[in-house]
Design a protein around this ligand. Sequence first.
Ligand code: ISE
Length: 342
Amino acid sequence: MRSAPAQDLRVGVVGAGQMGADHIQRITRAISGATVSAIVEPDAGRAEAAAAAAPGARPFASLDDALAADALDAVIIATPGQFHEPVLVPALEAGLPTLCEKPLTPDSASSLRILELEQKLSRPHIQLGFMRRFDDEYRTLRELIAGGEAGELLMLHGVHRNPSVPDSYTQSMLITDSVVHEFDVMPWLAGSPVRSVEVKYPRRNALAPERLREPILVLIELENGVLVDVEMNVSVRFGYQVGTEAVFQSGVARIGEPSGLQRWSDAAFSIAEHTTFKTRFARAYDAQVQAWVDAVRDGTLVAGPNAWDGYLVALACEAGVQALETRGPVPVAPATRPAFYA
Ligand code: ISE
């Protein structure tokens, strides 16, 4: 990194849209050892709203300008994925520790370019924002799988349901914006990378936006033989639901059940459900950012999924997008992992 932070880590946030604004508030409200020192956002309204949440943060037109003003020690990249590479490049060239929202980049060729550039540094500098790895339940399930007390893991069943999606959400985003998380977290849970991806179409939900053919069922085969199925469903209306059931040789474990207010009324029992990923994963986001800040401050720099993981996910997404249009499994064939990412 550029200079050792004497006190609070000065974090610059690039992109003050949904996730960027959320991270700015999070750092100001809930994270210790860090302050937001720079906000890079071309939209004046967003920049102003974000700055109001982070007293003392300076606005900049580009990361280069913020670097030239020596306004930050580390950066969070929260722009849409197609704008990640142009920010990752100067960040890496400046040796800035970076927390990059998913995806690393939109395709595997550009992800490989980032890996090459990062390897010119002494150690990995990029952490990927796959926040599910910081969710308590996901962590407990991973420990259960690794501990082996329920025997071998055989299958993982995932459900990923959104109440609705914005007008900008396209068919391929079922994979690149939503299933992208499953491509990271399922291999992480099972301890094995993706071998192939297949997409099946059940009956279409007539309530889905006309441009979308969904829900979809995604079959992900892992190298160790574990088969993962994910129901990806973005027009469920009732709430936001992400859950996983793990099937072992001797037992089953489940995470992601609704855990909100329990209520008895009108002769019925109900449990409040989330309506957005921002609340469902709020604690995971907090834990992710705190772990990253701590790692940057102690010189470890990365405390979670790294750019290599981001590249593997980019490859799986490419296969997934192809599988939307293809019958049968689409293979995933990664390059050899450099020792740098061991
Ligand atoms: C959104 O961009 C996310 O990252 C959420 O975690 C995911 O559940 C949702 O489907 C995406 O649109």
